[in-house]
Design a protein around this ligand. Structure first.
Ligand SMILES: NC(=O)c1ccc[n+]([C@@H]2O[C@H](COP(=O)([O-])OP(=O)(O)OC[C@H]3O[C@@H](n4cnc5c(N)ncnc54)[C@H](OP(=O)(O)O)[C@@H]3O)[C@@H](O)[C@H]2O)c1
Length: 268
């Protein structure tokens, strides 16, 4: 029976690199992203290069109806999913009073709700194709005090928390659950800008999307539950966690102010 790995947010960044790493290992792929991101061409190119099967589906995961359509597409085509990678998500630095209703809803809908619904709705398939795996993408910032990244850090804390509980609950049903905590990865303008502007935490943890993807897939296949990207990033996370809250908050606030004044200077 042919098995498939489903990857959300596969059109760019860490998701696209995870697709290539999985294809290199001979896995067949179902690639998911928003429409109009050239996903079809990327899917064909990966399938041809690595001689695997790759299909794609474009949808907006913040819409529950789109998630239902995705599940329907997988079921109707008889794709046997035994590896689900919940990667789609977004972050950013923003003061709380500047977050509008749309920003708040989109971040919660994608980072929290979509991650949860996708896992939940794929449970029957993952169970029937067990042994199966789920890899959820959180962040090095999860569980940390993060002023000006408050909503992002909170959504990624949700992801690590639910993943940890499910790792033990779903093990009983033949499904392993892993959670990835990437540091700064220059995938899009928001993160590249933060790294360029010298955010200390971003610079210290920076790693290419390909390196992150390789570590993530390898460790998931080994059944590791919490995946930090390398010894250095694991240590940095432990160090920041060990700081008194007021100190880690102060570092983040100073960084935000520095970045804001740089942005203003660049605009003038
Ligand atoms: N980059 C970092 O420094 C970093 C650090 C820690 C954690 N992470 C996490 O790693 C994951 C991947 O991040 P990345 O940096 O690789 O991001 P990215 O390059 O911006 O890619 C995000 C992917 O998610 C897809 N996506 C966004 N909104 C979607 C929606 N509503 N429905 C369906 N797909 C959607 C995008 O599709 P389109 O291309 O169609 O928009 C794209 O494929 C995220 O969960 C992020 O929070 C990133």
């Amino acid at each position: 029976m042919i098995k498939f790995t489903l990857i959300t947010g596969a059109s760019s960044g860490i998701g696209l690199e995870m697709a290539k790493v999985c294809a290199e290992k001979g896995m067949n792929l179902l690639l998911i992203s928003l429409p109009k991101e050239d996903l079809e061409a990327k899917s064909i190119s990966i399938a041809t290069k690595y001689k695997i099967k790759a299909e794609h589906f474009e949808c907006d995961l913040t819409e529950i109806s789109d998630i239902n359509n995705l599940v329907k597409w997988v079921e109707e085509n008889g794709f046997n999913v035994n590896f689900l990678i919940n990667n789609a998500g977004f972050g950013g630095t923003k003061s709380f009073d500047e977050m509008g209703e749309g920003y708040i809803n989109k971040m919660i809908d994608l980072n929290i709700k979509a991650t949860t619904h996708v896992m939940n709705k794929f449970m029957p398939l993952l169970k029937s194709n067990s042994p199966s795996r789920i890899l959820n993408v959180s962040s090095i910032i999860s569980n940390l005090v993060a002023p000006y990244k408050s909503l992002y850090a909170a959504t990624k804390t949700y992801v690590i928390n639910i993943s940890l509980s499910l790792a033990y609950e779903l093990r009983e049903q033949g499904i392993s659950v892993s959670v990835l905590l990437p540091g700064a990865t220059p995938t899009n303008k928001v993160v590249s800008n933060q790294i360029e502007q010298g955010a200390y935490a971003a610079r210290a943890t920076v790693m290419s999307a390909n390196e992150v993807a390789r570590i993530a897939v390898d460790k998931t296949l080994k059944g590791k539950i919490i995946i930090t990207t390398g010894i250095k990033n694991g240590l940095i996370r432990k160090l920041i966690s060990a700081l008194p809250h007021r100190l880690s908050a102060l570092l983040a606030i100073n960084q935000y102010k520095k970045q804001k004044s740089n942005d203003e200077l660049n605009r003038n």
